[in-house]
Design a protein around this ligand. Structure first.
Ligand code: ADP
Length: 148
């Protein structure tokens, strides 16, 4: 059984994230979507639970997907789930530089392999921060969010 974790902030989980998760499901038997958060940020735990529920409802019919919030190191989260792989998406060169550093750090401290999937060209411009910004300014962002 090949298990991977797909970690992120997912604030919110966009159609770009869903595309990466769906493509990862073609390679792995089980995918654990992990919402990493900082335990020291006040009030964040409740907001994270809402995010967990929203992603769970997207995958309600897919038994291969689990969604869970976590704090601490992603490699420890992966080990708790028996996962040997971390999946991350790459949109642009800026992502690559940051992601390579993370992947190198994670291989230095564990034997967990990071697998990168490049964003589909038509989805690569979508980011959670862009969606938050549009939403805060009254724009209907539903076209950037997965249908439930
Ligand atoms: P983080 O805060 O850990 O970067 P994000 O929620 O922003 O978390 O992103 C999680 C993962 O999804 C990252 O690997 C990011 O590069 C990837 N990602 C985000 N948006 C897209 C997109 N539109 N297409 C493909 N991958 C994406």
């Amino acid at each position: 059984m090949r298990t991977a974790v797909f970690p992120g902030s997912f604030d919110p989980f966009t159609i770009g994230h869903k595309d990466i998760a769906d493509r990862a499901l073609r390679m792995f038997d089980k995918l654990v979507i992990g919402i990493g958060y900082n335990i020291h940020k006040p009030g964040i735990a409740g907001m994270v639970e809402d995010r967990v529920k929203a992603i769970q409802s997207i995958y309600a019919d897919d038994m291969r997907v689990e969604v869970e919030a976590y704090t601490g190191l992603t490699v420890n989260f992966a080990k708790r789930h028996g996962a040997s792989f971390i999946v991350r998406g790459l949109r642009e060169v800026k992502d690559f530089e940051y992601e390579r550093n993370l992947a190198d750090t994670n291989s230095a401290i564990s034997d967990i392999e990071t697998v990168f999937l490049t964003a589909r060209p038509e989805l690569g411009f979508i980011s959670s921060s862009m969606v938050r910004e549009l939403s805060a300014n009254g724009y209907d962002v539903s076209k950037f969010l997965p249908c439930i």
